[in-house]
Design a protein around this ligand. Structure first.
Ligand SMILES: [Zn+2]
Ligand SMILES: [Zn+2]
Length: 322
């Protein structure tokens, strides 16, 4: 089967790989029907994910059909269409039991697929802990609609959830890339008064506007974000701010935060709300497929990587068909 493989810092390529086999009785083999490239794949390629193992097939955002299941797998069966979580998790350790599946203590726990073990930019994948990692896709939801369930939408859903957005709030989302756009989509579920999209890339703000994902659009390189927010909120500023990952240390003004009772939360997504996300998709409340700007066969993955890395042709997300 053809596969996109991480060769080591700065290098990815298409390779021919043997079909994966079940290794544990909690595994499933999934035939990939649609797969995507994530910004995290670029982080791996560029060497900023130290735990990524060279020789691994990339890809942690995909949907498919269950081909085969191990003896102990109960929640899915062969022939079923499934969305795959970015995180595989045991469901039994201290962290899993509390919903912190990103910190699952199993060696295959947390983000392993397409990072430490072979992932989904290929034709078939062995998925560990299939009962937790796979969620059946409702009949009325298409593969494109379900594609981002396990990673991007999970991230947006989780960010909006831990943001504790209340009806009538003003929510600021810093960054209108794929994760930011999903955060806006999920923030809207809480019926805030307004969602403000901020990005220095005007084309991304325009994309968010066209898709109706935010109410206000600010390029902070041109206008003061602080002043704009104060204007919309009788001077108080945003009630909830959702920001993307930081790669360097930041300084927080704790004395000021103390006075305002501000709460600061961080974390990697705990991708265990896939069922809810698919239900919301089936009801038309989430529309992840609107992020797909490019469609191509998996064989063209290298060219799509190039477009994605250079942000050419207005690419937001590509859907690749094996
Ligand atoms: Zn990702
Ligand atoms: Zn666990």
């Amino acid at each position: 089967m053809q596969a996109v493989v991480y060769r080591g810092k700065g290098e990815i390529c298409m390779e021919d790989r043997p079909l994966p086999q079940l290794e544990k009785d909690t595994d499933a083999i999934v035939r990939v029907t649609l797969t995507a490239i994530c910004t995290s794949d670029l982080h791996i390629k560029n060497g900023s994910v130290p735990r990524a193992v060279p020789g691994t097939i990339l890809g942690h955002e995909f949907v498919g059909v269950v081909e085969e299941t191990g003896q102990k797998v109960k929640s899915v069966h062969a022939g079923q269409r499934v969305a795959v979580n970015v995180e595989t998790f045991c469901g039994e350790c201290f962290f899993c039991k509390r919903g912190f599946v990103n910190n699952c203590q199993d060696e295959n726990g947390g983000w392993a697929l397409g990072c430490r073990i072979d992932g989904g930019q290929t034709e078939y994948v062995r998925v560990p802990f299939a009962d937790q990692a796979l969620t059946p896709i409702p009949d009325q939801v298409t593969d494109e609609q379900a594609l981002f369930t396990g990673d991007l939408l999970s991230t947006g859903y989780w960010a909006a959830k831990i943001g504790e957005i209340r009806q009538g709030d003003t929510v600021l989302v810093l960054g209108a890339g794929p994760a930011g756009l999903c955060a806006m989509m999920c923030a809207a579920l809480y019926r805030p008064a307004r969602i403000v999209a901020a990005d220095i890339d005007r084309s991304r703000l325009e994309f968010a506007r066209k898709q109706g994902l935010a109410d206000e659009f600010v390029d902070p390189s041109e206008v003061s974000l602080t002043e704009a927010l104060r204007e919309w909120t009788q001077g108080r500023g945003a009630d909830v701010v959702i920001a993307a990952m930081y790669e360097e240390e930041q300084i927080l003004p704790l004395p000021e935060m103390y006075g305002k009772n501000l709460i600061f939360k961080t974390g990697g997504v705990d991708a265990c709300n896939c069922r809810e996300i698919l239900e919301l998709t089936a009801r038309g409340k989430l529309k992840g497929e609107c992020l797909i700007t490019h469609r191509a066969p998996l064989a063209d993955a290298m060219e799509i990587y190039r477009l994605f890395e250079n942000k050419e042709e207005g690419i937001i997300k590509a859907a690749l068909t094996p």
